[in-house]
Design a binder for this molecule. Structure first.
Ligand SMILES: Cc1cc2nc3c(=O)[nH]c(=O)nc-3n(C[C@H](O)[C@H](O)[C@H](O)COP(=O)(O)OP(=O)(O)OC[C@H]3O[C@@H](n4cnc5c(N)ncnc54)[C@H](O)[C@@H]3O)c2cc1C
Length: 405
């Protein structure tokens, strides 16, 4: 019976893991014929959701099909939602699109099920807030925004509140003035407010890009409530801990990510975001047949103690390494230590432009139109899958390949 590498998830880490594993099998002559190894990828849909683009207009267009690519790379695709992982017995339970349950066994596995937005259990937050975390949620917001034009003019209709002034909150806030004017008219008295509990905007982005972010928010007319946290949300607005009432029919929640809950079934060694502790080769600590990559993995990127962020930038590279290592491990070959010392940030600032930084201290390198052009390149080319040609796909899955350097 052929051996199986199972990859769970078809996001950035999952897609690249599949290609990374296929590349090793090809190199070792184990892709077809006697002794061939089966690479199976399971996810609810054979598409890549372009999550970094969900703050843009028309989020429904932000998917890209994966079947031709996986087929070209010799990866078997199974549509399913994994519900349970049994690391002792080396198998998983899943359900198909009709709710039928099935079981899949594996010899080695890569978990790449990503992350989800975490909403705190505050009154009204679950029922009355939108998000741009997953594609269906971004589409729901898009439809809601479009329909605002049918509602009677009021302060609440014209006001959008973004809760969380981190990376995602800043990106969607900066996108909104232009989007709202398209929907409500150039002369509409629109208002975009960012509510951030920290005393500074972009608390995790550091001091480097902050002046640029503040300038962009000011120029775009976006108001900030710093040091304020939301205590309750209702259909017409919210209250903050300072007792302020903000009338708004559109509250977008952005703060707080959590790794996929499947991580709980793999190991108890997880960080506060639920990410699995992994060794340098991305093997889950204490679980020798399971590797983890992307938003589910707490991985060192260098010898200076920096860890991968929940980011596409890290998920793609981790995927290539995890795929390489899971296949190498199955074949008894040495695994590679994951490393990605070069770190960049490119923050979209809507019609104002963007800001691009390099390094963990986020030193500004490009601002405005130049940074925006780079952001466009990243979001329309670099994060997309390779074309469905076996040669190109396997070549681009080489972990040694420098995408940004
Ligand atoms: C609005 C927004 C903007 C962002 N902007 C940026 C940016 O500018 N730069 C950047 O680097 N990063 C950005 N990110 C972060 C980036 O999108 C994530 O870090 C990245 O998608 C993580 O990749 P992943 O493969 O780990 O997870 P995902 O891309 O989320 O993929 C997870 C996969 O697992 C599947 N899955 C989940 N549960 C199961 C299950 N139970 N069974 C089977 N399959 C399952 C999903 O269907 C999906 O295929 C942004 C994210 C958002 C939401």
């Amino acid at each position: 019976m052929s051996k199986r590498v199972l990859i769970i998830g078809s996001g950035f880490a999952g897609m690249w893991s599949a290609l990374g594993a296929a590349r090793v099998l090809e190199e070792q002559g184990r892709a077809t014929g006697h002794g061939a190894i089966d690479i199976t990828l399971i996810s609810p849909e054979p598409v890549l959701h372009m999550r970094p683009r969900l703050h843009e207009k028309t989020p429904s267009a932000m998917t890209t099909p994966l079947l031709p690519l996986l087929e070209a790379a010799g990866v078997r695709y199974i549509r399913g939602h994994v519900t349970h992982i049994n690391t002792q017995g080396k198998n998983v339970d899943a359900t198909d699109e009709n709710g039928m349950r099935f079981n899949l066994s594996y010899d080695k596995m890569v978990l790449t099920t990503g992350s989800r937005l975490f909403r705190p259990p505050l009154p009204g937050v679950g029922e009355h807030t939108f998000s741009i975390d997953q594609i269906d949620e971004a589409c729901e917001l898009d439809v809601h925004l479009a329909r605002l034009a049918d509602r009677p003019v009021s302060t609440g209709r014209n006001t959008v509140v973004v809760v969380g002034g981190g990376f995602t909150g800043i990106e969607i806030a900066c996108e909104l003035p232009q989007r709202l004017r398209c929907i409500l008219g150039e002369d509409a008295d629109i208002k975009v407010v960012v509510v951030e509990q920290a005393s500074q905007i972009g608390p995790d982005l550091g001091a480097g890009p902050r002046p640029v972010i503040i300038q962009a928010l000011t120029d775009l007319g976006i108001e900030c409530r710093l040091g304020s946290s939301v205590v309750s949300v209702d259909v017409n607005g919210l209250f903050t801990n300072k007792g302020e009432r903000i009338e708004s029919q559109t509250v977008i929640w952005t703060g707080g990510m959590r790794a996929s809950s499947l991580t709980e079934q793999v190991s108890t060694e997880r960080d506060r975001l639920g990410r699995l502790h992994v060794a340098r080769d991305l093997r889950v600590a204490g679980v020798s047949d399971v590797f983890a990559a992307g938003d589910v993995a707490l991985a060192l990127v260098d010898d200076q103690g920096n860890h991968a962020m929940m980011s596409c930038q890290h998920a793609m590279n981790m995927g290539r390494y995890a795929g390489h290592n899971v296949a190498a491990d199955l074949l008894g070959l040495p695994t590679l230590p994951y490393e990605q010392p070069f770190y960049v940030t490119c923050l979209d600032l809507g019609s104002w432009g963007a800001v691009y930084t390099e390094g963990w201290d986020r030193e500004i390198k490009l601002v405005g139109e130049e940074a925006k052009a780079l952001k466009h390149k990243i979001n329309s080319e670099w994060i997309y899958p390779p074309r469905p040609s076996r040669t190109d796909a396997l070549a681009s899955a080489d972990p040694a390949r420098k995408v940004v350097a």
